[in-house]
Design a protein around this ligand. Structure first.
Ligand code: ZN
Length: 300
């Protein structure tokens, strides 16, 4: 079995109200990423945030500064978000990536391609109602996903198939057939805790296994699993046993049940679980080789 790749998802849109360790500024993100890399993380996913308020930001300078600071200190695979996911066009969503790719010092390795369109309203169990307008749609048309793959492939940034349901798996398979994505496929299964009922499969072993069962026979897919709004460690155990890879971080869950740890402490727990189960952990260089990414030499 190949070595375990650990992705750290440091912040998403989480605020410090629930866990005070959520990083906002480029320096805060880069410092935590360095600690996570030393602990055993080989991929980092982050969102740019306004340094003081923590508000989500689409400022390309914040994205570029974050990647620059990370690359100065380690070879972790950089996997920034497309930013404000609700922006209407793919050109707008990818503008910061295109700008960053012009300079090897700020060029990211990979970006997420969410392989679906989905209703995205949070369900409040206590109040028995969906919050907000009930009109929230995360739009990713086939044409937008094609545009995303074509533009990222053209600038040497890997589109990562983010699969939230079985249709997403089948769509990724079609994109490989069309030459828009390629194997070895860097991909991720995203599952969801309470409140995120509309988004996709539940964050349970059964929810994950239903996805894993539909990986095409013979496919060279290297999947990570992330759990939004839930403790992911039961899924980590499954993924470690099944040859998958894992993602963890304060972006997905504040971990009150673990005493509000920091991101590096969460990575340490994933490493410890892998070691306990007898699966070695990949370095960033080894993870690059598994995904077929270029070495971290500044030229992706
Ligand atoms: Zn994200």
């Amino acid at each position: 079995m190949e070595k375990l790749i650990i992705q750290v998802r440091v912040n998403e849109g989480q605020m410090r109200g629930e866990n005070p360790h959520v990083p906002y500024s480029p320096q805060e993100i880069a410092d935590q990423v360095h600690d996570c890399w030393r602990a055993g993380a080989s991929v980092v996913h982050f969102h740019a945030r306004e340094p003081d308020s923590g508000k989500p930001s689409t400022d390309p300078r914040l994205y570029a500064e974050t990647v620059r600071l990370i690359k100065q200190r380690c070879d972790i695979i950089t996997f920034p978000t497309l930013g404000a996911s609700m922006l209407p066009t793919m050109a707008e969503r990818t503008a910061h990536i295109v700008a960053m790719a012009q300079d090897p010092a700020t060029r990211p390795d990979a970006v997420p391609a969410d392989m679906l369109t989905v209703n995205m309203d949070f369900y409040d169990h206590a109040r028995r109602e969906f919050r907000g307008s009930g009109e929230r749609i995360y739009l990713n048309t086939t044409r937008m996903l094609r545009e995303l793959c074509e533009s990222m492939n053209g600038i040497g940034v890997r589109p990562v198939a983010m699969m939230w349901n079985i249709a997403g798996i089948r769509t990724a398979q079609a994109f490989i057939e069309m030459g828009l994505m390629r194997e070895p496929l860097m991909c991720e299964f995203t599952v969801f805790g309470d409140g995120f009922e509309e988004f996709g499969h539940p964050a349970t072993v059964e929810g994950l296994q239903a996805l894993v069962d539909f990986i095409p026979p013979g496919a060279r897919w290297h999947w990570m699993v992330s759990a939004i709004g839930a403790n992911p460690f039961p899924l980590h155990a499954y993924a470690i046993a099944r040859g998958g890879h894992v993602a963890v971080g304060l972006g997905d869950h504040p971990f009150p049940e673990l005493g509000l740890p920091g991101n590096a402490q969460l990575v340490e727990r994933a490493v410890h679980m892998a070691e306990t189960m007898g699966r070695p952990v990949a370095t960033a260089a080894e993870a690059r080789a598994i995904f077929g990414l270029h070495p971290a030499d500044g030229v992706n």
